[in-house]
Design a protein around this ligand. Sequence first.
Ligand SMILES: [Mg+2]
Length: 310
Amino acid sequence: MKKLPPYINSAVASRDFKYYIFDWDDNILHMPTKIRMERLQADGSWQEVEVSTATFALIRTDSVNYRPPGGKWEDAFRNFEDSPRRDNFLEDTRVALTRMAEGEKPAPSFNALRKTLREGRLFSIVTARGHSPDALKRAVKLFVDSVLTAEERSEMLSNLRGYRQWLDGVGDGEFGTDEEEIDYYLSMCRYCAVTYEGFKKRMAEDPIYQEKLAVAGNSSKPELAKEFAIRDFVEHIFHMLRRSGNLNRSVSIGFSDDDKGNVKTVSRYIRSELSKRFEGIKFVVYDTSDRSLSKGRKVCVSGQMNLPGF
Ligand SMILES: [Mg+2]
């Protein structure tokens, strides 16, 4: 019989510090949400088509043959926002998880998120969608509830209590219920849908990004938003480590995305800015665009290059 994890896993205090930033669509899950576009016909007219996110990643720069409905991008992504009629993100996540339960192959970082949750590590979801942070958090909770086995769930709780004891000084007998501890953990993670109004507002109010946005062309704004979301998470981790007196530890932050364009700009951003500002942090980028590779390809490593075996 498998040994049960301890009620509190105190060993988390001496374990490596690894954190992850995940793109969601086609990286964590193959979501059923469709983008509304128009395709150029042979006679010069435009016909409405609904495309998957995987197809969109390939055609999004093909402005000769594709355009959003009537040229309005906001209409292309209506299904990627919250709606009073339907909990879009949660329900689409449910559909994607059901398809997997029925045998669909997992997306490249599906198991990485599963492991991250089981280990109780902090993560950030960064997506081009327009949902509220709470909508994303509810979907991750659904992932916890429907993907993790009973053993994985008790391992996760053992780790979460370990972190709470170590970082927050919570003693045995002082923990909340399992649901409360999971909720506390998920609240410590970040959920950035970069076209959500609240996110855009926060970005526009940031002095550095205010300036960057002012000089950026329209096409580079989504990439800037991803940058901002990544910096937000790295700062969050940095402050947490500083507060707990752990800045001297080896820290690595991974980023995975199936969109080659995002991988390229994020890698450039890490090299040119983040790795200089956060010298002690190792950054790893995973390009998960090649579906024939089960976990994606590591494309860029920066920081702590001199540490053997790390
Ligand atoms: Mg994606």
